[in-house]
Design a protein around this ligand. Structure first.
Ligand code: ZN
Length: 366
């Protein structure tokens, strides 16, 4: 059963057919799955030399490789070539601690044990799409200097996956499994106008198909939940704003005036933003309340019947009456004409929103 054969390994790798001599079951020692102890030892003996040879030749193609034991060959290594691990399987822990990568392709790589990427640097594109992390992964101080695609990556034990002290400007988490539970410590998210703004929004502007308002809103929603579950409401608020922004844009995404009017003035979410920045800004609610108050007081003053040459006392009296009426209407205590009705609707909205925003602020300081 384990007798070596003379054949050539037929595994299709990223850069062509393997063609190495087969060890068993029509596979070379590197592509052979379920290695026994002797085969694992053989792999461990041959792999370092194989890695050096491949690196000297060009892109390091390790696709479909089956790593049977702990992998330490990449520890602190500065790779001079791009590396491909697509569909490779790591049975035991793999150490990429301090490794400096050029382009790195982990498409559909399976990590059955822990993956240590601490202090690793990706100087070019890092592709983890559809990678499967069956155990923990540590990305403490990992640097993603170019686009890092963690899309559709699957963190099956998300609470054991750690991101700490990372700059997330280049990272895409579209459809990443376990995102609402991964451990996020001192992570720096890219921000714009007081909210988080992930790279996917830029890619959407460039016309990328997978980056849609719906998909990006989903990423923000799961990050919000993540922070909420850790009682980090301020961070959660930033992601909530971004989530709502995506939903508001989705109402009418175009750049024309008619689209802007539709999403800002003809939608509930547009008004939610205008009046309270999605319930996140008590000061916005206060400014709007003052504006409503000022406009209605002034209007009532203008329409107060006065003599042709009123004296100062009459003017002051008219102003006081207008303000008093506005206060009564604002707090829903009076309703006589059409303008009262309009003010009551606006004030009811603002009073509700002030309750919502204040509740959120209090929750954060509990
Ligand atoms: Zn092979």
């Amino acid at each position: 059963m384990s007798s070596p054969s003379e054949g050539k390994c037929p595994v299709e790798m990223s850069k062509g057919t393997c063609g190495r001599s087969t060890a068993r079951d029509n596979r070379c020692i590197f592509h052979l799955g379920n290695k026994d102890q002797a085969e694992a030892q053989e792999f461990a003996k041959l792999f370092p030399e194989e890695l050096n040879t491949l690196e000297a030749r060009g892109d390091i193609d390790l696709s479909h490789f089956e790593f049977p034991g702990e992998v330490t060959e990449f520890l602190g290594r500065i790779l001079s070539k791009n590396i491909i691990f697509s569909r490779a399987v790591f049975e035991k822990k793999v150490y990429f601690y301090g490794t400096e990568f050029k382009e790195a392709d982990f498409w559909h790589t399976t990590f059955k044990d822990e993956a240590d990427f601490r202090e690793a640097t990706f100087t070019a594109t890092a592709n983890f799409s559809e990678a499967i992390f069956e155990a923990g992964a540590d990305f403490t101080l990992t640097k993603f200097n170019a686009f890092a695609r963690l899309r559709k990556a699957r963190f099956l034990k998300p609470r054991s996956v750690v991101f700490d002290q990372n700059q997330m400007n280049n990272v895409s988490f579209l459809h990443t499994e376990g995102l609402s539970e991964v451990t996020l410590r001192s992570v720096q998210w890219p921000t714009d106008k007081g909210r988080c703004r992930l790279i996917d929004e830029d890619l959407m502007m460039e016309g990328e198909q997978d980056a849609t308002y719906v998909n990006i809103a989903d990423v923000y929603r799961r990050l919000r939940r993540n922070y909420e579950s850790r009682v980090r409401y301020s961070d959660a608020g930033s992601f909530f704003k971004s989530e709502m922004e995506m939903r508001r844009m989705q109402v009418a995404p175009g750049k024309k005036l008619v689209d802007k009017v539709r999403r800002n003035l003809l939608s509930a979410i547009g008004w939610y933003n205008l009046l309270s920045v999605y319930g996140e800004s008590p000061s916005r609610v206060a400014v709007c309340a003052l504006a409503v108050f000022g406009v209605f007081s002034f209007w009532r003053f203008l329409v107060t019947p006065l003599p042709i040459n009123p004296c100062l006392t009459q003017l002051v009296s008219a102003a006081m009456n207008s303000i008093e009426r506005t206060i009564l209407v604002f707090f829903q205590l009076k309703s006589e004409d059409f303008s009262d009705g309009i003010e009551r609707i606006l004030s009811a909205l603002l009073l509700t929103l002030s309750a919502v925003t204040l509740r959120r602020q209090l929750e954060r300081h509990r």
